[in-house]
Design a protein around this ligand. Structure first.
Ligand code: 5GP
Length: 216
C-alpha cells in the first residue's frame, strides 16, 4: 500500500457526449489513471470487448452480485443493469492509483455518498445537436433506444449542479487536458496532503529546538 490513496474520479455525461473516448484517451495518456470496468446485463455491441468495455452478465448473475454486496453502486438504466465492482476498485485506490468511473448520474451521486472526497466531472458536447448526431452516427442503437437515451440525457442535465466540474467536449484532446488539470489540482488539495504537511511541521519543530532565534 502506498502512503497516499488514489483519487476516485467519476465521469458522467449523456449518451453521445463522447465521455467514453475521453476516458480511454485519458487512461492512455496518464499512467497514474485507470478505468474501472463495470458489469452490465446489456447485450454486447459489435465493438465491445469482454473485460475491457464491461464484464457482461445475465440478469441472474447481476442479481447474485448485488446479493453478495460485490457492487459499490448499481442502477437500471434504459432497461439494462449496470454496476461498479467494489473489490478491484478498493485495491487500486489502496495502491495509490487514480480510478475513473464512467457511470451515469444516479450511480455517480451514490458514489459521492460513499466516497465524499470523490471528484465528479460532467461532460457535455458544445451543442445539443451534437448529442443527436453522435448517437445516430455510431449506428449501434435503433431509433427507440436513441429516443430513450435522449430523454434520459434531458433528465440527467438537471443534476449537473451536484457535480464538481463541467467539461465541454469540443475536442477529445481539450477535454482530456481539462480533466488532467482537474486531477492535478485536486491532488494538491491540503486535505489530500496532510502527511506532507505533518512532515514539514515536524521539521519546523526540530529546527525550533536547535535554533532558539526561531522562537523570538
Ligand atoms: P452504455 O450502454 O452506453 O455502455 O452505457 C449506458 C450508461 O450507463 C452510460 O451513461 C454509462 O456511463 C453508464 N454506466 C456504465 N457503467 C455503469 C456503472 O457501473 N454504474 C452506473 N451507475 N452507470 C454505468
Amino acid at each position: 500500500m502506498k502512503n497516499y490513496r488514489g483519487m476516485l474520479i467519476v465521469v458522467s455525461g449523456p449518451s453521445g457526449s463522447g465521455k467514453g473516448s475521453i476516458c480511454s484517451e485519458l487512461s492512455k495518456q496518464r499512467i497514474d489513471v485507470t478505468i474501472s470496468v463495470s458489469v452490465t446485463s446489456r447485450p454486447p455491441r459489435a465493438e465491445d470487448i469482454e473485460g475491457k468495455s464491461y464484464y457482461f452478465k445475465t440478469e441472474k448473475e447481476f442479481g447474485e452480485m448485488i446479493n453478495k454486496h460485490e457492487l459499490l453502486e448499481w442502477v437500471r438504466y434504459c432497461d439494462n443493469y449496470y454496476g461498479t465492482p467494489k473489490k478491484d476498485l478498493e485495491n487500486k485506490l489502496d495502491e495509490g492509483i487514480n480510478v475513473v468511473l464512467e457511470i451515469e448520474v444516479t450511480g455517480a451521486l451514490n458514489v459521492k455518498k460513499v466516497y465524499p472526497d470523490s471528484v465528479l466531472v460532467f461532460i457535455v458536447p458544445p451543442r445539443y445537436e451534437d448529442l443527436i448526431d453522435r448517437l445516430r452516427g455510431r449506428g449501434t442503437e435503433d431509433e427507440e433506444v436513441i429516443r430513450k437515451r435522449i430523454n434520459k440525457a434531458i433528465v440527467e442535465i438537471q443534476s449537473v449542479k451536484e457535480y464538481d466540474y463541467l467539461v465541454v467536449n469540443d475536442t477529445v484532446q481539450n477535454a482530456v487536458s481539462q480533466i488532467e488539470a482537474i486531477i492535478d489540482a485536486e491532488r494538491s488539495r491540503v486535505i489530500r496532503n496532510q502527511d506532507k504537511l505533518d512532515k514539514f511541521i515536524e521539521t519546523l519543530k526540530e529546527a525550533k529546538k536547535d535554533d532558539r532565534t526561531l522562537n523570538q
